[in-house]
Design a protein around this ligand. Structure first.
Ligand SMILES: Cc1ncc(C[n+]2csc(CCOP(=O)(O)OP(=O)(O)O)c2C)c(N)n1
Ligand code: SF4
Length: 487
């Protein structure tokens, strides 16, 4: 006699540790919730396709945030709405993985509306499961982009209206207008027949990815008895009678049979190609590698801050370029306000003998403050024992900190005396390097002819760097660093 053995899919964990039942066999979902059903269909499809070892599920923010407690495959949990972006990164770096996002309507159609649109438009070779229960279940029943007209939710207590909240969004129809997606289908969980259609759709959407066909999207109309304040039976009926008429069950697009397999390929550039592509060779050959210099180089974090137009970004990038010529690891990252001119700007620069983890400079070793707001903003952030260079032509006040080294230099006045007021940043570079000895001032002078946009001013700028060097020699020879000097 033939026997049917009903057993849990292998792609599920043997024990579901999230919930408190004695045998660890139930999920955390409410009775009658659609999420459990969809999980089962997915796990069985992954088993049948033999893809568990390559599969990565990206769980969303929403009731299904804990999907990773159930699926015994690769799991990543993404910030609200960002699953398609995370999936893109994963799929592109691991092209042979099977990447699936699992997203509710709040996650996919509301906060993550653009992520999904762009991933679909790029035709990312990924699989998206969109669980449309027309409400934010996890947070207590707020209106979703897909809540129906007339639907009462905690944020539409009088019922959703077109005038107030707009039309419910039909994601399948919207995405099917894009040329890139290969497969888009909507199915439902309201009865056994509907679940069987979902089963096929789920499997097909995963298989498409394994075949390299591109972006597949399955929307599943699912009950949320708790959010809808119904019994599970009433909720099933509601899917059938209210949701399906507005969200037609059909295949919106299916080019699976005709699409060529398309695998994303990395462009592997050799070192020469990398240099040309990224313009890294802009400053010519780097200097011969000086192993002792590099070994002894103190990793230094700089913050150059001032008004837009004072050249703080340029000073930062020139210093970084000079460091690069000496074979140091360098980073430069600008930050500026929205104003085209006159706003504040600052550059974070790191020079290091070791690879740099983050280009952000939160607590600089050296702060260059070109104006008052910059000193006010960053004085407290400088590391104890660090250095603050104050543009005393503009900043009248003194530094309050007593645990840092401070030098006051009239950068703007020196630049004016040399004929270009706007070149205070060049005075700074000369002075900074002469004072700290981190690099030779000559290193910056090599960069200027290439880095300066206005070539007619090269000679003058070189002289202005020298003026900064001279000023330090003439004025700071007796400068005493505070006792707590930088080690
Ligand atoms: C950036 C951010 N904004 C808001 C929230 C709050 N939040 C958590 S889940 C959720 C909605 C989930 O609804 P849905 O995606 O439909 O999933 P369901 O819970 O219904 O399965 C919201 C708004 C959050 N966690 N993060
Ligand atoms: S609130 Fe709704 S979506 Fe969330 S677990 Fe309960 S029934 Fe499912």
């Amino acid at each position: 006699m033939a026997t049917n053995v009903l057993k849990k899919a292998d792609s599920f964990y043997d024990h579901f540790e999230r919930w408190r039942d004695t045998q660890n066999q139930t999920t955390h979902y409410c009775p009658g919730c659609g999420h459990g059903n969809v999980h089962k269909l997915m796990a069985e499809a992954i088993d049948e396709l033999g893809l568990a070892d390559r599969s990565i599920l990206i769980s969303p923010v929403g009731c299904s945030v804990f999907a990773y407690y159930y699926f015994d495959i690769g799991n990543v949990q993404a910030a609200h709405g960002r699953a398609p972006a995370v999936a893109t990164g994963l799929k592109r770096s691991l092209p042979h993985s099977i990447v699936m996002t699992y997203q509710g309507d709040g996650d996919l159609a509301s906060i993550g509306g653009l992520e999904i649109l762009h991933a679909a438009n790029r035709g990312e070779n990924m699989t998206v499961f969109f669980i449309n229960n027309a409400i934010y279940g996890m947070t207590g029943g707020q209106m979703a982009a897909t809540s129906l007209i007339g639907m009462k939710t905690t944020t539409s207590p009088y019922g959703r209206t077109v005038e107030n909240e707009g039309w419910p969004m039909r994601m399948c129809e919207l995405l099917a207008t894009l040329p890139a997606p290969v497969y888009i289908e909507r199915c439902h969980l309201a009865d056994a027949k509907g679940i069987m259609s979902c089963r096929k759709a789920v499997k097909k959407a995963i298989k498409n990815q394994a075949d390299g066909k591109g972006f597949s999207f399955v929307e599943i109309l699912a009950p949320c008895p708790t959010g809808w304040k119904m019994t599970p039976v009433e909720a099933e009926k509601w899917v059938k009678e209210k949701m399906i008429p507005y969200y037609p069950i059909q295949v919106y697009k299916d080019e699976s049979a005709t699409r060529e397999s398309r695998m994303f390929t990395h462009k592997d550039l050799n070192e020469d190609e990398l240099y040309t592509t990224l313009d890294l060779g802009l400053f010519g050959e780097t200097h011969p590698r000086n192993a002792t210099f590099i070994k002894n180089f103190p990793t230094t974090h700089f913050k150059f801050a001032g008004f837009g137009g004072q050249g703080v970004l340029t000073a930062g990038i020139m210093l970084a370029a000079a460091g690069m010529q000496e074979n140091l690891e360098v980073s430069w990252i600008p930050s500026y306000g929205p104003e085209m001119r006159g706003g504040t700007a600052n550059a974070s620069v790191v020079l290091s003998k070791d690879p740099i983890g983050s280009p952000l400079v939160v607590d600089p070793d050296i702060l260059v403050a070109m104006n008052d707001p910059s000193l006010d903003s960053f004085e407290d952030a400088v590391k104890p024992g660090g250095l603050i260079i104050v543009n005393s032509s503009i900043i009248a006040r003194k530094v309050r900190r007593t645990d840092v080294d401070v030098i006051y230099i009239p950068l703007t006045d020196i630049a004016s005396e040399q004929g270009i007021t706007a070149a205070a940043n060049m005075v700074l570079l000369g002075a900074l390097l002469e004072y700290t000895k981190l690099l030779s001032p000559e290193a910056i002078k090599e960069i200027i002819p290439v880095g300066l946009k206005r070539k007619a001013l090269i000679e003058q700028n070189l002289r202005i760097v020298d003026a900064g060097v001279e000023w330090v020699k003439n004025n700071l020879a007796d400068h005493k660093r505070p006792a707590l000097a930088k080690a």
